[in-house]
Design a protein around this ligand. Structure first.
Ligand code: SF4
Length: 706
């Protein structure tokens, strides 16, 4: 490797720049990592996950392809040639006997954009099935559908500089201090420096984020829309709306206005479990601010009303004109490092590359022509989303499941059911960098994939900043890049013309062409340019110097022209419906969950990092002292926590950080790391009707002392 390689942290959507520094004496990694001061998104800052990434790279790597005909057999090592032969035979026989919709892929926000793109071309284009979904379905698909409904297109309008420019940050459903720590540090710096900057945090739990807020609103889980409509009601009552903005740049306000009449402060406060004073302070902060920035993540998105919640946040910005200007706007924070790139490359079952939709005939035709495929090849139907894949395994409609760079045997809801379904799968391919994982136990064919440090490609972070992640180490064992594997399968299936790529730079060069004139225009970008100029934000059109919005890539909608047919943003009008599974007499507590500062999702990497494991040796259940007393619990007692679907056993942590009636457990522990401590053995799979994102954030449980 060269002395210093600039790259990107492969953990969260903040997308911090990293420098990998050659250090041969450091065994077994051979390099150390530090923050990249030249990266505009992070300016040299890095959290413990990024700083300790090197340690996880060498451990428990999957090094060569392995196969077994039955899950009860041991794996045997096979060659790549044999592995490709098995895949091609299975795909061809499945299409011949049942049809292409019996094939399913479940990918990941850990993919680079090139991996996503080649997979879309193979499955949605060449093979004609839209059954490609990704773990982003669990993460931010409600933000996607909310943005599309409000603005006519996906795409977070804001940028990280807005954290320095806002005078009211409204954080809802996000524990930024632990989950997006570098962004929160930046916001906190501003907040500390200027007493006029207000920080409102909406969260049922007093998180590290809420603990430093000017106002913490500990609303009951599932009452977000009540709160948001309640703030809107007060702003309207106080005459704090921007009527000129509403009339000129939006549609649908009259219906929204009629809906919010049902949300006077006394109704909202009672429903949300807060005081009317607290509600009024929140509305007052909004009303008095010059620039309001809303920030949210899974606490909003993971809900059966996730899309409506996102639209309800946007409504507040539209009624006050708080969008398209510095320091203001509705800003969704993505979880995975390249969930944004996945959206751009069409990596969900309803999307096509370039922010296109499978439901739009013009979009399908554009892609078919570009990919040199027969007209009508791309299916007009939304493919199987994560939940549909499980149902398809149960009914036998899914005959081949290809899982890549993700660990659904921990992260999907209702795990007891999921694991049963995985056992029924006739043929499961698991393509990953690690083995064992909880999901590798359900595979017939294991394919070793390269990972961070071994592959070069593109990732886009939450502020639409595109970074070239460079490789600086050879692949481990026989590992191949994800895009290479998909492309080779495509060639062996007879699509040699569609997959001529020699390297990821060529893949990206093709991808950017089909983003031309789309909202996520990358057409001026290339590996070479990003190598030379460093990370850049989209839109970045090829004719950039002639483009009207050349200065506007930092913020979307600064011209207040939205992507709807009439160029106006849309109000969505919703009533809150509460939780899909409210507590009852048998399951009287609401279980919520979230991430911890050090761990990442299902611990595939961080569980192999000593320093992080020492920080968080065990899972736990947070419970309020009142509930602990009621149940006769003492500190460090264990409880059996049960939902209608499954159970877990955990030590308790008695704390006033959680409200009475609500309990919290971290999401990170799967069967590999702790026995009987899987949050998703308890959660349900009810999902938002638009985004299909499951309500992972809340289910009803009972507690018993053990
Ligand atoms: Fe990596 Fe996210 Fe930490 Fe930045 S904040 S170093 S992107 S995990």
């Amino acid at each position: 490797m060269s002395a210093i390689t600039k790259t990107l942290c492969p953990y969260c959507g903040v997308g911090c720049g990293l420098e990998a520094v050659d250090e041969r004496s450091k065994e077994p990694e051979g390099f150390k990592v530090r923050g990249d001061r030249s990266h505009p998104s992070s300016q040299g800052m890095v959290c413990i996950k990024g700083a300790s990434i090197a340690e996880s790279i060498a451990r428990d790597r999957l090094l060569y392809p392995q196969f077994r005909a039955s899950l009860d057999d041991p794996f045997r090592r096979i060659s790549w040639d044999e592995a490709f032969g098995l895949i091609v035979d299975k795909i061809q026989s499945t299409i011949a006997t049942i049809g292409c919709d019996a094939l399913c892929v479940y990918g990941s926000g850990q993919f680079q954009t090139e991996d996503y793109y080649v997979a879309q071309k193979l499955f949605k284009g060449c093979l004609g099935t839209n059954n490609f979904d990704a773990n982003s379905r669990l993460c931010m698909s409600s933000a996607v559908s909310g943005y599309i409904k409000s603005f006519g297109s996906d795409g977070p309008p804001c940028c990280y500089d807005d954290l320095d420019l806002t005078d009211c940050a409204f954080i809802i459903g996000s524990n930024m201090a632990e989950c997006h720590p570098i962004l929160f540090n930046r916001l906190r710096k501003r907040h500390k420096k200027d007493a006029n900057v207000k920080l409102i945090v909406v969260d049922p739990r007093c998180t590290q984020t809420a603990a430093v807020a000017d106002l913490h609103l500990p609303i009951l889980p599932g009452t977000d829309i009540h709160l948001l409509n309640g703030i809107a009601y007060l702003l309207w009552q106080w005459g704090k709306c921007d009527r000129a903005f509403i009339d000129r740049y939006t549609n649908g306000f009259a219906v929204f206005q009629s809906v919010i009449q049902d949300y006077p402060p006394e109704v909202v406060a009672k429903h949300c479990g807060i005081t009317t004073e607290a509600l009024e302070i929140a509305a007052r902060y909004w009303a008095n601010a010059t620039n309001v920035l809303s920030l949210w993540s899974m606490g909003v998105n993971q809900s059966t009303q996730g899309t409506a919640k996102v639209e309800s946040i946007v409504n507040l910005h539209l009624m006050t004109g708080q969008i398209g200007k510095p320091g203001a706007g509705p800003f969704s924070l993505t979880g995975q490092p390249n969930a944004m790139g996945g959206r751009e490359a069409g990596g969900l079952a309803h999307l096509l590359p370039g922010y296109r939709s499978v439901l739009n005939p013009d979009h399908r035709a554009e892609l078919e022509a570009f990919w040199q495929l027969p007209s009508g090849r791309i299916s007009p139907h939304v493919g199987r989303v994560a939940g549909d894949i499980v149902r398809g395994l149960e009914t036998g409609e899914v005959q081949l499941l290809w899982i890549a760079a993700t660990n659904p045997a921990v992260s999907l809801p209702d795990l007891v059911r999921l694991k049963k379904a995985l056992r029924r799968s006739p043929f499961t391919i698991y393509q990953d960098a690690y083995d064992p994982t909880e999901t590798s136990a359900y595979a017939h064919l294991l394919l070793p994939a390269t990972q961070w440090s071994e592959k070069t490609g593109i990732m886009t972070n939450s502020e639409r900043r595109v970074t070239l992640c460079r490789s600086f180490q050879p692949p481990k064992g026989e590992a191949k890049h994800d895009w290479e594997i998909f492309a080779e399968v495509g060639r062996r299936l007879g699509f040699a013309a569609q997959f001529p790529f020699q390297n990821s730079s060529e893949v990206y060069a093709e991808f950017v062409q089909i983003t031309r004139d789309r909202p996520c225009d990358h057409s001026g970008l290339s590996h070479e340019l990003l190598d030379k100029e460093g990370p850049l934000q989209w839109p970045y059109p090829a004719d950039r110097e002639h483009h009207a919005n050349v200065q506007e890539s930092q913020r979307l909608y600064s011209d207040l022209q939205f992507h709807t047919p009439d160029r106006k943003a849309r109000f969505g009008a919703y009533h809150g419906h509460g939780l899909a599974e409210p507590p009852d007499e048998n399951y009287p507590y609401i279980l919520t969950n979230g991430r911890l500062y050090g761990h990442w999702h299902t611990q595939t990497r961080t569980g192999r990092t000593d320093k992080i494991c020492q920080m968080y040796p065990n899972p736990f259940l947070e419970i309020h002292p009142k509930d602990a007393n009621k149940l006769g619990l003492q500190p460090e007692d264990f409880v059996l926590i049960k939902s209608v679907r499954g159970s877990a056993k955990l030590p308790i942590l008695i704390t006033e950080a959680i409200a009475p009636g609500v309990v919290f457990m971290p999401m990170h522990w799967g069967a590999l790391w702790a026995e009987d401590a899987e949050i998703n053995a308890l959660t349900h799979s009810h999902a938002d009707p638009d985004s299909k994102q499951p309500e992972l954030k809340a289910c009803a449980v009972s507690l018993e002392v053990i």
